[in-house]
Design a protein around this ligand. Structure first.
Ligand code: ZN
Ligand code: ZN
Length: 177
């Protein structure tokens, strides 16, 4: 019996981890920890396409996040954004990153399975010295940034172009805390 109950609790916890019931029409639902970024964007005026906020983790005092103002059902996916929304998200994140860190910036999006927040979020920070690994694509502007799919990606500037490192998992490790 105890085993059954434990198993049931385990299943409930597992489901709670992946289920995103964040509903902006129901403020109570946004009190869930995994909905807290959904709550953050709700404070911005509806006409704001992208919301910039400081990362509230005490371990990451120099980090910012870029968030699309719009929500999508369940665990929000980058693929639920239109091309225009996605370009606006990356452009705004990159502009903020440049403002903060000059040429030493990077922006990073973690693989979906690692998300603990339901709302789409791009990490903004300072690139660690000498980081350059994995597969990358060289592009000229944010509108050329490909869909990450379920994987993560990170982007940094090199000689006036952008490197897009695709097929990554935990990506924010390329950033200073
Ligand atoms: Zn949301
Ligand atoms: Zn690179």
């Amino acid at each position: 019996m105890r085993v059954a109950v434990t198993f049931l609790l385990f299943l409930t916890a597992l489901r709670a981890q992946v289920a995103c019931a964040c509903d902006p029409q129901d403020p109570d639902s946004l009190k869930e920890r995994r909905c807290s970024l959904c709550a953050v964007v709700e404070h911005a005026p509806p006409g704001t396409p992208v919301v910039l906020v400081k990362d509230n983790s005490l371990k990451k005092p120099d980090r910012w996040l870029a968030l699309p103002r719009t929500h999508s059902p369940g665990m929000h996916q980058m693929s639920a954004l239109t091309d225009a929304q996605r370009t606006e998200l990356w452009s705004t994140a990159i502009a903020k990153a440049k403002e903060l860190w000059g040429d030493q910036w990077a922006v990073a999006y973690n693989a979906e399975k690692l998300h603990t927040q339901c709302h789409v979020h791009v990490h903004i920070g300072k690139l660690l010295d000498g980081v350059e690994w994995g597969e990358f694509k060289v592009i000229d502007s944010p509108d050329q940034i490909p869909q990450p799919g379920a994987d993560g990606l990170w982007i940094h500037p090199v000689n006036g172009k952008l490197h897009v490192h695709l097929g990554e998992q935990l990506t924010e490790t390329v950033l200073w805390q």
